[in-house]
Ligand binder design. Structure first.
Ligand code: NDP
Ligand code: GDR
Length: 370
């Protein structure tokens, strides 16, 4: 029975990866942070009472900024595989918290690699590092492959660039099975609420149920290669099952502008949205754009631009080349963009249908402060 240790287990990918590993018979250990409110919503369904026989899912308190804690957990767990998914993962927030982001996302990876080396586990433990398409940043070429040069455009991406190279360096220096999965954006109903896709699908559901008037957005012209997180955690696992440790791009190969994602999300909820203008002025600067709802309340503006969501430096275009993963890993995504949008919108419609019912019946909505 293999043992896996997952950092970032309470996040979107941690939850789907845990489900996958448990279904394959693994013992899964996860590192969760102490927080003042419960932060295990995404994995509560996997929880097993420690008193039960044959417990295969176990959580440990820890943090990627604390070496002694990581060393102790790794020593105790003796993992066959470590999936380092923990990170301050929000690009825009990394501009506000650059030093912390470097510590958790960059040095955090070094701490894991060093712990493996110090504990003499270099031959036993395989490591997956959650690298990102944000490494490509300012466009050098399209589509982006394992050979495309990096040009990071945020403190997050710069921290992840350190993590990428320290993983490669430990592989070469100490002969460790350490790999980077360079994953392009992947989403799901479990996606954090402030990433663009989930913000849109939640907004659509709230607008449809009359619980919100409008979505305030940033740059609608950015283009992303979006896949489904369920498909992408399968790629992570495959990367650690090869004869040789290598780095892989995981992507769909199709890119879509944010504004088109908005259109598709409204359409999935039965609402047609028409954009007014391109939102770009004659100098190429994104100014404003509004969309009019046509089937709900004719003329109602449902999307507006709020400059707070613009980033100091933006990543305009991401499109990945998954050829290596397809040929060497045999990886094929099951979801296309339409399937992803459907999954996310239907899940959020369900959530807000319930909230609306409760609200109409006079109950307060949880987590809303007055
Ligand atoms: P989430 O933001 O959903 O999850 C991040 C996880 O990391 C959470 O469990 C969070 O804990 C934990 N975490 C944050 N800071 C620390 C810390 N200092 N110590 C320990 N744990 C910490 O991200 P995703 O699941 O979407 O992404 C997983 C990984 O993949 C991340 O490293 C991300 O940067 C990377 N990635 C994601 C992509 C995507 O499109 N989703 C694409 C490419 C890479 P808590 O729940 O307590 O906040
Ligand atoms: P990204 O994802 O920065 O690509 O990082 P995000 O969904 O935050 O942004 C995607 C694009 O949408 C534009 N955008 C907005 N973004 C947010 N969050 N909110 C808005 O209102 C908004 N309006 C427009 C952004 O400017 C951007 O161009 C994600 C994270 O999961 C990283 O951890 C991961 O490494 C990369 O994907 C691959």
């Amino acid at each position: 029975m293999k043992i896996a240790l997952v950092t970032g287990i309470t996040g979107q990918d941690g939850a789907y990866l845990s489900e996958l590993l448990l279904s394959k018979g693994y013992h899964v250990h996860g590192i969760k942070r102490r927080s003042s409110l419960f932060n295990t919503d995404r994995i509560d369904h996997l929880y097993q009472n420690p008193q039960e026989a044959d417990v295969r899912f176990k959580l440990h308190y820890g943090d990627l900024t604390d070496s002694t804690n990581l060393i102790r957990i790794i020593q105790q767990v003796q993992p066959d595989e470590i999936y380092n998914l923990g990170a301050m993962s929000h690009v825009q927030v990394s501009f506000e918290t650059p030093e912390y982001t470097a510590n958790a996302d960059g040095i955090g990876t070094l701490r894991i690699l060093e712990a493996i080396r110090l504990l003499g586990l270099t031959e036993k433990t395989k490591i997956y590092q959650a690298s990102t398409s944000e490494l490509y940043g300012l466009v050098q070429e399209v589509p982006q492959s394992e050979r495309t040069p990096f040009y990071p455009r945020s403190p997050y991406a710069v921290a992840k660039m350190y993590a990428y190279w320290i993983t490669v360096n430990y592989r070469e220096a100490y002969n460790m099975y350490a790999c980077n999965g360079i994953l392009f954006n992947h989403e799901s109903p479990l996606r954090g609420e402030t990433f663009v896709t989930r913000k849109i699908t939640r907004g659509v559901a709230q607008i449809v149920f009359g619980m919100q008037d409008k979505l305030y957005m940033g740059n609608l012209n950015a283009q992303r290669d979006w896949g489904h997180a369920k498909d992408y955690v399968d790629a992570m696992w495959r990367i650690l099952q090869q004869d040789k440790p290598e780095d892989y791009v995981i992507a769909t190969g199709i890119t879509t502008p944010v504004r088109e994602f908005i259109r598709m999300a409204f359409a999935e909820a039965g609402v047609e949205v028409e954009f007014k203008g391109t939102g770009i002025d004659e100098k190429g600067i994104v100014k404003s754009v509004a969309a009019a709802i046509t089937t709900l309340q004719p003329g109602q503006e449902v999307v507006a631009i709020d400059a707070r969501y613009f980033r100091p430096t933006e990543v305009d275009l991401l499109i990945g080349d998954p050829t290596k993963a397809q040929t060497q890993l045999g990886w094929q995504p099951k979801y296309d963009l339409a399937g992803l949008v459907k999954d996310m919108v239907q899940a959020d419609l369900e959530i807000f249908r319930r909230e609306k019912l409760l609200k109409d019946a006079g109950f307060k909505i949880l987590n809303q402060y007055e």
